[in-house]
Structures are given as C-alpha cells and as structure tokens.
Design a protein around this ligand. Structure first.
Ligand SMILES: [Zn+2]
Length: 188
C-alpha cells in the first residue's frame, strides 16, 4: 500500500501530538492544523488521503470545515473521520449526514485501535483485479497502455493487475491504475 497522508485537525495540542506520534510510527505522512480554517487551507494545498478532525474548535469547528470541504471539488471526496470527546447523538447523526467515514468517541477506542480502523478504510476501498486477456477490450487496453497483449509486464514478464480504488462508493466511482505484480508494484 502507498504511504498515506493524514491531516490531523484539533485545537488540543496534547491530543494532536499524541496522534501525530502514533500515525508517524505507523508510517503515515502527518499534517497538522489547529482549527477548521487551517484544516481547510491545508486540505486544499496538500491533498491528504484522509482527514481526522475534532468537532469543537475555535475559529471554525469540525462540521463547518467538513461542509466547506464538500463544496470544494478538489476536497469533496476526501474521506473524513471524526474524533469526538463528547459522542453526542446529534453529532453522530450530523456526521453520518455529511458522509464521514468514521466517528470515534475518545475513550471508547484506544488511539491504536483508531489508527487500525483508519487503515482499514483504505484496505477495504482498494480492489486488485486480474485481467482476462481475451475478454472484451482487455487486449486493446493492454496494448494501448504499452504492454504486451496478454497482460504481461514488458520489463519483468509479471502479470499486470488492475487496481481500483473507491473514490465515491455511493456513485460507484473509482480511480484505476494498472500495476505489475512483479516490479515496482507501488508505482503508478
Ligand atoms: Zn514488471
């Protein structure tokens, strides 16, 4: 799996620092913001793979930030996960309405469990599909992509695999790339 970039938005330095450390240890690239305005700014500039945000913050709270993210084409599909210290039902309902990918009430999960669940979001949303060379336009696609017609990598002879990553599950929208199972599987 590629290195994931996470944006942590929280005004509580102790909480944020703790998560910075945990996510870095897990191999994430970690970006930080202290409130919704900073979060929004960083999200549009740095295009994180996921945003992990608190709700109650000065300047702009988590929900206002998520609403603004949704309105921006560049960030509208970025998955958002909420970290709440209150766990109010109305907040959970609003989070669901806004299409957030997770709502974690502090104290119910250990930070390590939260990190694990965030990693699962990415594992679950990626599919690796093997080509059938003789099916439909598979042969043409492979040749147009500069590979052999039977979906073998020209560099190493390994099998090529179509990787589909969910962009928006509700619209069945995916981003796709073709990777070689043999060489440099992490690259585009
Ligand atoms: Zn190869």
């Amino acid at each position: 799996m590629k290195t994931l970039k996470i944006l942590l938005v929280d005004d509580d330095d102790a909480i944020r620092n703790m998560y910075v450390e945990i996510f870095q240890k897990e191999g994430f690239i970690v970006l930080e913001a202290h409130n919704g305005v900073e979060g929004l700014d960083s999200a549009t500039k740095n295009m994180p793979d996921i945003i992990f945000t608190g709700i109650v913050m000065p300047v702009m709270d988590g929900f206002a930030m998520i609403e603004a993210l949704k309105k921006n084409v560049a960030t509208s599909k970025t998955p958002v996960v909420i970290s709440s210290h209150l766990g109010r039902e109305e907040d959970q309902r609003r989070a669901t309405e806004l299409g957030t990918k997770g709502f974690f009430v502090r104290g119910l999960y250990t930070p390590n469990e939260i990190v694990e669940k965030i990693q699962e979001i990415f594992k679950a949303s990626e599919y690796k599909i093997k080509f059938m060379p003789n099916e439909l336009d598979a042969e043409k696609l492979s040749q147009d992509m500069g590979n052999s017609k039977d979906f073998k990598c020209l560099k190493c002879g390994g099998n090529l695999i179509l990787v589909m990553k969910v962009v928006d599950m509700s619209n069945r929208e995916f981003s796709t790339k073709i990777i070689c199972s043999g060489c440099e599987p992490e690259q585009n």
